[in-house]
Ligand binder design. Structure first.
Ligand SMILES: NC(=O)c1ccc[n+]([C@@H]2O[C@H](COP(=O)([O-])OP(=O)(O)OC[C@H]3O[C@@H](n4cnc5c(N)ncnc54)[C@H](O)[C@@H]3O)[C@@H](O)[C@H]2O)c1
Length: 303
């Protein structure tokens, strides 16, 4: 039986370990040629001993698939451009981009260094924008040359971006920014054949195995391992395949055996005075609106 991604060329950033690795293997299992990007950094983004990208590319090869390792930094223009160029030079095209690379620098805001703010915004937010821009330029040129484009982008947000997470002000802001970027990219790129969606995953990786040790624990032998990263990949593969035609600008939570469509900000109770309020009147009206509104979902880690 032909795989869901037969003939497609798929780039996965940060695919040397964790969720990205699981996505890369799952795409290869569905017939895609995969470009496995990973800079090989530590948990905090500082340089690590080696890039695990080559190891994952080798694994895919041993399983009978085709893969190419790329060790560049996706948060630089040069790294992002060379990633798309590597796909085109080696496999002749690019069909799907999965933006996934990232790391954490958790601190309460009062103790958060400017450096830790910048590093996390850079890797997640700029690290989504730059590969997206490089791939978009290639797809737009294809469309202009009259070749049909059925391209897909899967961005990686987080529950922290959707609801906020205590101790992760930098990460929550970057991951919320990715949701805004996804909405805009879906609109701007739709007319030349590109669909853009985002996921908020949860899985056991080096990023979560210590902080959420209990939730992430490996179950007894034989039980469903809900927190295995590979559980998130089927949705990512489908969103990156031809089969997801018509689905764009949407956000999904994916964890274990569950897929949830996230319904975003929409107007709640509203009042219009038809003229300018005084501050006291605005306050009184706002109290009434809040009383009629749904309570927000709790921020992760809220006491
Ligand atoms: N694990 C979870 O439960 C969870 C939850 C929500 C969101 N996420 C998001 O999922 C994505 C993957 O996380 P993970 O849990 O698999 O973490 P991970 O640390 O296992 O994998 C991330 C990979 O990204 C690579 N990387 C970091 N900076 C890079 C750069 N500049 N260029 C190229 N590669 C780079 C790292 O070397 C690492 O291999 C991240 O964006 C993370 O924020 C994870």
């Amino acid at each position: 039986m032909a795989g869901l991604c037969e003939g497609r060329v798929v780039i996965v950033t940060g695919a040397g370990r964790g969720l990205g690795r699981a996505h890369a293997l799952a795409y290869a299992a569905e017939g895609a040629k995969v470009v496995v990007n990973d800079l090989g950094v530590g948990l905090d983004g500082l340089p690590g001993p080696d890039s695990p990208a080559a190891q994952v590319a080798r694994e895919i090869g041993e399983l009978g698939g085709q893969a190419l390792a790329h060790g560049g930094d996706i948060a630089t223009s040069q790294g992002a451009a060379s990633l798309v160029a590597a796909a085109v030079d080696t496999f002749g095209r690019v069909d799907t981009l999965v933006n996934n690379a990232g790391f954490l620098r958790d601190r309460m805001l009062v103790n958060l260094d400017e450096d830790d703010w910048d590093a996390v915004m850079r890797v997640h937010l700029k690290g989504h924008f730059l590969p997206l821009r490089s791939a978009a330029a290639w797809w737009r040129a294809e469309a202009k040359a009259g070749r049909p484009v059925a391209a897909r982008v899967v961005n990686t947000s987080s529950g922290a971006g959707l609801l906020g997470s205590v101790g992760q002000g930098n990460y929550s802001a970057a991951k919320a920014g990715i949701l805004g970027l996804t909405m805009v990219a879906a609109q701007e790129m739709g007319h030349y054949g590109v669909q853009v969606n985002a996921i908020a995953p949860a899985a056991r990786t080096r990023m979560t195995e210590r902080t959420f040790a209990e939730t992430m624990a490996v179950p007894e032998e034989g039980a469903f391992d809900a927190m295995a990263p590979a559980n998130v990949s089927p949705l990512v593969v489908w969103l990156g395949a031809d089969a997801s035609a018509g689905v764009t600008g949407r956000v999904f939570e994916a964890e274990g055996g569950r897929i949830t469509v996230m319904e975003g900000w929409r107007p709640g109770p509203t009042a219009d005075r038809g003229a300018r309020w005084t501050p006291a009147e605005a306050g009184e009206a706002t109290r009434k609106l809040l009383a009629a509104a749904q309570a927000p979902l709790p921020v992760y880690g809220a006491r």
